[in-house]
Design a protein around this ligand. Sequence first.
Ligand code: BGC
Length: 687
Amino acid sequence: MKKILSVAAAALLFSSVVSAQPYIITQSDKDRAAEIVSKMTLDEKIELISGKDDGFHTYAIERLGIPSVRMADGPQGVRNKTHSTYYPCGIGLAASFSRDAAKGVGDGIGFDASARGVRIMLCPGVNIYRSPLCGRNFEYYGEDPCLASEIALGYIQGIQQHRVMATIKHFAVNNQEYSRHWTGSVVDERTLNEIYFPTFRKAVEKGDVAAVMTSYNTVNGVHAAESDWLINKNLRAWGFEGIVMSDWKSTYTTLGVLTGGLDLEMPKNFTTKPEMVKPLIENGVVPEANLDIMCRHILQAFIAYGLLDQPAKDESIPEDYEYSRNMAYNAAIEAPVLLANNGLLPLKKGNIVVLGPNANTVAFGGGSGRMDPIPGRNITPLAGLQALGKKYKVQFIENAEFSAEDRKAIEKADAVIAVVGFNNDTEKENHDRTYALPEGQNELIAAAAALNARTVVIINSGGEVDITPFKDNVAAIIMAWYGGQEGGKALADIISGKVSPSGKLPFTFWGSEDKNPAAKYYHALTPEVHVVSSGRDPFPHAVYSEGIFVGYRGVEKFGVKPMFPFGYGLSYSSFEYSNASVTPTADGCEVVFTVKNTGAVDALEAAQVYVAPVKPSVMRPAFELKGFDKKLIAKGKSVEFRIPLSFSDFSYYDVASHDWKVDGGDYKILIGASSADIRQTLDFTVR
Ligand code: BGC
């Protein structure tokens, strides 16, 4: 626990050197952008609305003082032609249930980007976890829009306070990687507004996010990058004034790009070449004013972020920055979820045998989220355990086929740590993954567990995996996600009990592929829909028939009990919840309760507040997460949690009025350690 405190104190010190105020687009930025646009030639406007050939820059227009702006992926660190700090992945940040950890990662990335002259970060990714199979869940923030929004807000604020734009992606309903270019998402309006839009909307309304990236899929029949409904009728209507860019190669028609609300075609001008744009302008099909608006959006964001006035690169920041490493550790220590523990953990001393394909490597999810860490900075799980010191003897068994000596070592060990899971080949962008662990891993775990029941399984993945083959035969299971360069050290600190685990599941762990409410619709693509402009006809559609009952929202609705509920995670300590009260406020209410650490070690606890309508006027989930907080509680001590709820936290999306509505009447407020472990219940009436 000491480590957390000292790093947190360091964070406070450092964060005072950067402004806490995000950069925002002001009227004077807009006026200046309009002034510049009035001086631009048609050719210059056409240049500005697409990326340059290298795929990660915009065009410079030197005559007008507009620089070429460098961008980079995201979200696990600064990517593209650079080595940089590797942070825990998105699902790990969500599992931390910690706004501070997310903000810390954004903060570190903001420093890393500034040090490299990168002023647009292509992150965070916030698509909702609908199925464990989606190959990019590891980049995203889980199944719940309240949790995802709060984590995204922290992350965005962390980045943007450094004068680096964040780009929230992929707008919208890009919840599978299978056939991602050739799939239409068909989703009803209420579900879009209650499940798939809120994280984007909060990032606009509360986070002043500077840029939004559209998705590959069509949304209700129209390509996201060309959708007036999505971009103008929704995103812009929420007050978004920054840059809307396409995902890489997701534009199809010049007319759609020039009229649908997009500002920047990426990575280059597939549909906005001068010879494509000019005839539409010259023949009056598209007013030149549309180009002006696109250029103004781009320039007003650039101006707000000082890109026309200040150098892109901050030479004072080291590329390999100790502060960034600390932020990576802070998130890595709060991310792992202890799923099961028969009491073997924490392991205070002893002989440890380490094995498994991910033990002597730092695992990544693959695709644009895969980055190049700084050489020598990656701490593998094996290295983390080896660094624990004299109380431990650590032996690594590399070969999956155990020799006679290996078998003896495993049998004698005080614990066997099997590090398994996916990597950048088996869980990645543009592909969906298997529900089962990759080939041979269940067998490896079974072989180890047969020799020694004191086997701990550590899993790298972006979501649920099939643990049924070994769950009952091992001593403990830790969901470790992709922990970043400090992940191995964090795991060792948790295994040894230096720090109590405090991550909680940001999705429902069903324990079977079929129980998930989306399972039967997820790959049920309907091929009969035609989207001729896509160049693929017919164009299959994924119909989101589970509607708003995604993840835990489907537990009561479909009467299916998960293996581990949303919000669940074990600690080395125990907590008692008491003294709950709710007090009305001008904007809703404040929920106050006490949590006592009744165990033997200091530990962090993520407490959750759910709202349950008693007699809803429309069909609604039985309860929904509307607030949470995480606090460090010393053993034997009590801490007060104060969670504000606004009236909007009691609302649902009313399709008749196309707006949010709050029913007057009675609600229960459920306070719990997980969605299925409710410790205090309050009554609240909305009048
Ligand atoms: C991904 C985006 C990414 C872009 C640039 C695309 O394939 O979907 O998330 O930012 O590539 O690498």
